[in-house]
Ligand binder design. Structure first.
Ligand code: ZN
Ligand code: ZN
Length: 293
C-alpha cells in the first residue's frame, strides 16, 4: 500500500519529540526557554492544524487534480530533476505565501498563531493555525499543478518544506557559516520570530534563504540585539482554540465597526499596522456631551 503523503508530518512526530528532548537536555541550564503551558498549547495547535489540513487536502486535491489533468502546461518525467524543480518552485511560492501572510491582515489572522508564543524552541514549530484553509494557503500551490506537477507530489513537497522548518525553531544552534547564505537556519528564523523593529517582517524563507537575499527581506541576527519573541499585539492565552480564533474575531469585529468601506477593506486586507490604526480609531472614546475637545 502506498504511504498517504498527507501524513508525513504526523509520521515524523517521534523524530520531532526526540529533538525536543535533546533541546531540553542541551539547554537545561538556560532559564526561560520552555514553559509547559506554552508547549502544550503549541502541541494542541499542531494537532488542530493537522486535522484541518487533512480536511483541506480532501477538498482541494480534486481541484489540483482537475487543473493538472486538464490544464497543465508541461509534462515532467518522473525524475530527480523534476522533483528538484518542484522543490524549488514550491519554496519560491512559500516565500511569497509567507511574505503575504505578514503583510495582509486576512492571512496574518491565520499566520499570527505561529508567532503568538513569546518563547522560541522546537515546540514553537508545532504552533500552526487551524484556519489556514480558510485563509487560502492552498491557493499558493495551485500554480505547481498548473505547471504540470502531480498533486500528490505537490502535497509531499509542501509538507517536507514544513518538516524542514521544524529544525530551525531553536536557540541551541549558533550561526552556521556559509549555510547562512543558502538555507533558512535557526539564526535566520530566530530573527523572523522577533518583534524588535530591526527584525520584524524579514526572513520569510522556507528552506532556501536566497529568496530573502534576492528580494531584499533578509536581516541578520545580531548579538548586540537579542531577539524579543512574540507578536506586537500579544494573545495572552494558552488555550489553543482561543489562540486560533482571536485574531479572526478582532478582524471581523473591526471590519464590521468600520466607519467607511476604505477602513473596512484595510481591516480585512490591509497591512497589520494599517489595520491596527483603524482599530485604534474605533477604540477612541468619543468626548462626552458638553465637554469641549
Ligand atoms: Zn512568519
Ligand atoms: Zn517559525
Amino acid at each position: 500500500m502506498k504511504f498517504p503523503v498527507e501524513l508525513i508530518l504526523l509520521a515524523l512526530v517521534p523524530v520531532f519529540l526526540l529533538f525536543v528532548a535533546g533541546e531540553l537536555w542541551f539547554l537545561r541550564r538556560r532559564g526561560n526557554l520552555y514553559d509547559l503551558r506554552d508547549s502544550l498549547c503549541s502541541a494542541g495547535l499542531g494537532l488542530l492544524h493537522q486535522g484541518a489540513d487533512k480536511l483541506a487536502w480532501l477538498l482541494v486535491l480534486p481541484l489540483y487534480g482537475w487543473i493538472y489533468q486538464q490544464h497543465r502546461l508541461f509534462s515532467f518525467p518522473d525524475s530527480a530533476l523534476s522533483f528538484f524543480l518542484l522543490f524549488l518552485g514550491q519554496d519560491f511560492l512559500y516565500y511569497w505565501f509567507h511574505r503575504v501572510s505578514h503583510r495582509v491582515r486576512w492571512l496574518w489572522a491565520a499566520h499570527s498563531v505561529h508567532h503568538s508564543s513569546t518563547r522560541m524552541n522546537f515546540t514553537t514549530a508545532f504552533r500552526q493555525s487551524l484556519m489556514y484553509p480558510l485563509a487560502g494557503m492552498w491557493a499558493f500551490w495551485l500554480p505547481l499543478a498548473w505547471l504540470g506537477f502531480p498533486p500528490q507530489q505537490v502535497v509531499a513537497v509542501v509538507l517536507l518544506n514544513l518538516a524542514f522548518q521544524f529544525f530551525v525553531h531553536t536557540q541551541a544552534v549558533p550561526k552556521l557559516g556559509w549555510l547562512e547564505y543558502v538555507f533558512n537556519t535557526p539564526s535566520i528564523h530566530r530573527s523572523h520570530h522577533a518583534r524588535n523593529p530591526r527584525y520584524i517582517d524579514h526572513n520569510y524563507a522556507g528552506v532556501l534563504v536566497v529568496w530573502d537575499r534576492l528580494f531584499g527581506t533578509f536581516v541578520e541576527e545580531l548579538d548586540s540585539e537579542p531577539c524579543d519573541y512574540g507578536t506586537v499585539k500579544p494573545v495572552n492565552s494558552f488555550n489553543p482554540l482561543w489562540v486560533s480564533v482571536v485574531e479572526w474575531r478582532d478582524m471581523l469585529l473591526e471590519a464590521w465597526r468600520a466607519e467607511n468601506w476604505r477602513d473596512r477593506l484595510i481591516a480585512l486586507f490591509g497591512a497589520p499596522e494599517a489595520a491596527e490604526r483603524v482599530a485604534s480609531k474605533q477604540r477612541r472614546v468619543p468626548p462626552a456631551k458638553g465637554v469641549s475637545a
